[in-house]
Design a protein around this ligand. Sequence first.
Ligand code: ATP
Ligand code: MG
Ligand code: MG
Ligand code: MG
Length: 476
Amino acid sequence: NLVSGDAIRRRFLDFFASRGHKILPSSSLVPDDPTVFLTIAGMLQFKPIFLGKEPRNVACATTSQKCMRTNDIENVGRTARHHTFFEMLGNFSFGDYFKKEAILWAWELTTKEFGLPPEKLWISVFQDDDEAFSIWRNEVGVPEERIKRMGEEDNFWTSGVTGPCGPCSEMYYDFHPERGSSDADLGDDSRFIEFYNLVFMQYNKKEDGSLEPLKQKNIDTGMGLERMAQILQNVPNNYETDLIFPIIEKAAHMASISYSEADDTTKTNLKVIGDHMRAVVYLISDGVMPSNIGRGYVVRRLIRRVVRTGRLIGIRGDGLGSPDGAFTPVLAETVISLSTEIDPDVSLRKTAIVEELKREELRFVQTLERGEKLLDQFLADALTQEKPCLSGKDAFLLYDTYGFPVEITAEIASERGVTVNMKEFEVEMDNQRKQSQAAHNVVKLSVGNEMEIAEGIPDTEFLGYDSLSVRAVVKG
Ligand code: ATP
Ligand code: MG
Ligand code: MG
Ligand code: MG
C-alpha cells in the first residue's frame, strides 16, 4: 500500500534525505528540557541548536517526531484532525537553507511526491511577510486568491513563552474546491485542513516579549502524518486512517458494535478510545507512569477516560469474555502491533506497558464499582419521589469522588426511570472550577504563546476534559 501511514512517513524522510538532510530518530515525549511539559513539536529536540547554545552536528535534518498536545484533548473525536498523540514529520535547517528552499521543497513534496493536485492547495503567510507571499506567487505560481495573509495567532509560531520563533507559512488542502474562492475561509474545517507548517525561525522571544534576531536563520517545519494520511487515504477524518482505525475496530469489536453503523456519539467515543490508547501506550513507554502529579496525572486521566468511555459503549471486563479482566491491555496490544515504524522501543517494553495498564485499570474499576453501589442507593431513594430525580449534588459527588462521568450516571438513572438535575450538576461543576481557580495558580498546558513549566511544580492536578481549557493547577 503506497499510501499507508508507514509509507508516507518513509517517503517524507527519504525525500529530505535525498536533499541532504540527515534522518534522525524521534526524541522522547518527555523533553530533555525542564521548562517543557511534553514534546509538542518536532523542533524541541533542536531548540538548543536554534538558540545557538549547542553546535550543530549537521546542517539539516529530518525526523518523524512523536508529539503530545494536551491542549487538544477537547478536540479529540470532535474535530476530524486533532489528537493528543500524533506524529509530526519535519525538515529542519540549522542556519543552512531558508525560506525559498523550504517553500519550493514543500511544494515539490506535496504535489510531486505525494501527488496532491495543485489546484486543491491553499497557502497562508504571516501578514507582513511579503517575501513568502511573493515566493509562493511568483516562483511556485500559486494564484493570488489562494494565498491568505493571516495574523499572529495562526502565522507566527512560538514554541513557548520564550524561545525560538518566527513567522510561518502553512499549507491547506481543499476538500471542496467547487465552493469557489471568493469567500473561502481557511478556518472552515468542513472545507479545509491545515497539514504542513513552515516556520521561518529567526527570532528568540525574550522574557519581556521582545524579539531578538537569532544569529542564524533556521527552518523548522511540521507536517501532521495522520492528516496527510487522511488526505491520501481519502477518508473523512484522521481516525479512519490505517494509523488509528485498527484500534477503533478492536474496541468496537470488544463492545459488540460496528463503527460504520454507530451513531455520532458512539463514533466520537470510539475515536476518544483510539486516541487516548495511543497516547497512554507511548507515554508509558517513554517512562511516564500514572500518578497524581504532573505528567503522570495526564496518563492517569487519559486511562480513566478510556475505561469510562469503554464501559459507556458496552465493553465489559477484558472485552474478550472474562468479566474480571482489564481491557486496556488488550487494546494496547493493537497499539503496540502498529508501533514498529513509529518507535521500535515500544514493542520491547510491551510487558511493562501492559502490566502498568492492567494495574491502573483494575484499581480504577474498583472505585467505579463502589460508586455504582452508591448510585444504586441514590436511585432507590429517588424512586420514592413522585417525579424521580437525582440531585445535581449527588451526581457531582459520583463524578468528583468516584470518577463517574455524568453521562454514565444519567444513562443508568434513565434505565430506572430517574432523571438527573443537570442544571444543579453544572452549578456544582462551576463552583469547583471557580474554587480551584481562585485557590491555585493556573498554568495553561497549551501550545502557541504560552508553554508550560513542568518541573518545579510541587503538585499539579489535571483538570482535564470537563473544563473549557485544559489546565494544570499548581497547588501552593
Ligand atoms: P491546528 O490549527 O489544526 O490546530 P496547529 O496550527 O496548532 O494546527 P502546528 O503547531 O502548526 O499546528 O503544527 C504543525 C502541524 O502538526 C500541523 O500543520 C498539523 O499537520 C499537525 N498537528 C498539529 N496539532 C495536531 C494535533 N492535535 N493532532 C494531529 N496533528 C496535529
Ligand atoms: Mg492547534
Ligand atoms: Mg493552525
Ligand atoms: Mg499551524
